[in-house]
Design a protein around this ligand. Structure first.
Ligand SMILES: Cc1cc2nc3c(=O)[nH]c(=O)nc-3n(C[C@H](O)[C@H](O)[C@H](O)COP(=O)(O)OP(=O)(O)OC[C@H]3O[C@@H](n4cnc5c(N)ncnc54)[C@H](O)[C@@H]3O)c2cc1C
Length: 300
């Protein structure tokens, strides 16, 4: 029996393990894929306070070692569900089940891709899924944002503060995002709208050099020169396994606020998998701490 069962070995989950162990509780971290989570493949992180520059791999390794040194138990197993048994929580994986007094769900999310071959090849070399994280690398340059929801509109707004020009490429002629965001963007002189248009290809071999576009209405192909493309076509939370156990919002994120409490007593949600505005390493780490300390309080 573990005091705190943690599902997901990204920044939120590993931070929860650090705080849980330091509070004298036994913690088990279950990670289905690779420890470190989304950040592991990022070449450079420059916005984590106190660390001027670090690769995602080194950041992840440091977190893992810190949690491990404190005594957190770690297993590489995919969790398939959670159930209640005799007042405890049973975390079920593909091969085992673990009885825990409390659970922290920290399963993160993945960004929806455009599905282009070059997208994977040039990820981190001009292709980005996070304007807040990577925007600064494109100061003074021309970039494109692809998407039509709030994230795309917010990204375009954010980037227009310091990029030379921002193209906003959207496959429809109207945006899904909020009207006030659209209106704010319309006032930006360095934002150019390219509507009814999809990205056919990403140009460049070593780094992004441009985009090949296809207008769905006219059928015309064209190209723009950009140094970066920010893909904002959706986020996919990895919470389906828990849909019958805790309350999810329409987009599939676990309903929880800054206190990380879910709809179920003794179960907490931390990091990108929960409803929130800002999905970053700092907020994932903050959630990990809050969720673990809430679990400790619950145990008391
Ligand atoms: C390319 C890229 C670059 C980024 N750069 C920055 C940056 O520079 N600065 C910044 O602040 N943020 C950056 N981010 C965002 C940041 O990585 C995330 O906000 C952060 O990783 C969220 O941490 P998390 O622990 O909540 O989720 P994740 O990192 O997504 O970790 C969740 C973990 O849970 C595991 N998991 C999911 N489901 C299960 C299951 N059923 N069973 C077991 N394990 C499961 C996953 O495999 C994953 O390892 C970047 C993101 C990407 C994709």
């Amino acid at each position: 029996m573990y005091d705190i069962g943690i599902i997901g070995g990204g920044t939120a989950g590993l931070t929860a393990a650090i705080y849980g162990q330091r509070a004298g509780k036994s913690t088990l971290v279950l990670e289905g894929l690779n420890y470190g989570g989304q950040i592991v493949n990022s070449p450079n992180v420059e916005n984590y306070p106190g660390i001027a520059s670090i690769s995602g791999a080194e950041f992840s390794m440091n977190l893992m070692e810190q949690a491990s040194r404190l005594g957190a138990e770690m297993k590489t197993e995919q969790v398939t569900g959670i159930s209640e048994e005799d007042g405890h929580k049973v975390v079920v994986t593909t091969g085992e089940s673990y009885v825990c007094r409390t659970v922290v769900i920290a399963t993160g999310m993945v960004h929806r891709h455009l599905g282009l071959e070059k997208e994977i090849k040039l990820a981190g070399a001009g292709v980005s899924y996070c304007a807040t994280c990577d925007g600064m690398f494109f100061r003074g340059r021309d970039v494109a944002v692809v998407g039509g929801g709030n994230t795309a509109l917010q990204d375009a707004d954010f980037l227009s503060n310091y990029c030379n020009k921002v193209y906003l490429v959207h496959r429809r002629d109207e945006f899904r995002g909020e009207n006030n965001l659209v209106q704010a963007l319309e006032k930006r002189e360095n934002v150019e709208w390219i509507l009814d248009t999809v990205v056919k290809d990403i140009l460049g071999e070593q780094t992004v050099e441009g985009l090949e576009l296809h207008n769905k209405k006219t059928g015309a192909d064209s190209a723009i020169k950009v140094a970066g493309v920010f893909v904002a076509v959706g986020q996919i939370p990895k919470n389906q396994e828990f849909a019958d156990y805790v309350s999810l919002d329409d987009a599939g994120f676990i309903r929880a606020s800054e206190d990380c409490m879910t709809s179920r007593a003794g179960v907490f949600a931390a990091g990108d998998c929960r409803t929130k505005e800002v999905r970053q390493l700092t907020t994932a780490a903050a959630d990990g701490a809050v969720a673990a300390l809430a679990a400790v309080k619950y145990l008391a």
